[in-house]
Design a protein around this ligand. Structure first.
Ligand code: FES
Length: 103
């Protein structure tokens, strides 16, 4: 599957991802700028904050409870905010587009 990260400078980076990874791990593995994954994917740092494109919000699902708590104290949160460590890659997400918010 492929995932496109829209970067903070307006450019995009499209990477290959295997099923079952955390989206944050895919970003870190591909050195996507602006996604650090400092807490290792525990929804405890928000350094993997992304905005999910409208057409992908239903497929990526709802925020997890720990994610909701973390986003409640994160700067710049919008309705389409997600923590990339709480999104699992799968073939259903092939073509996913997210915007990197950064920390
Ligand atoms: Fe820390 Fe996602 S990696 S919240």
């Amino acid at each position: 599957m492929e995932v496109t990260f829209v970067l903070q400078d307006g450019t995009s980076q499209t990477v290959e991802a295997e099923d079952g990874w955390k989206l944050m791990e895919v970003a870190v593995d591909n050195a996507v700028p602006g996604i650090d994954g400092d807490c290792g994917g525990e929804a405890a740092c928000a350094t993997c904050h992304v905005f999910v494109a409208p057409e992908w919000r239903a497929v990526t699902g709802e925020r997890t409870a720990p994610e909701q708590d973390m986003l409640a104290s994160t700067f710049g949160v919008r309705e389409d905010s997600r923590l990339a460590c709480q999104i699992r890659t799968s073939s259903a997400l092939d073509g996913l587009v997210v915007e990197v918010v950064g920390s």
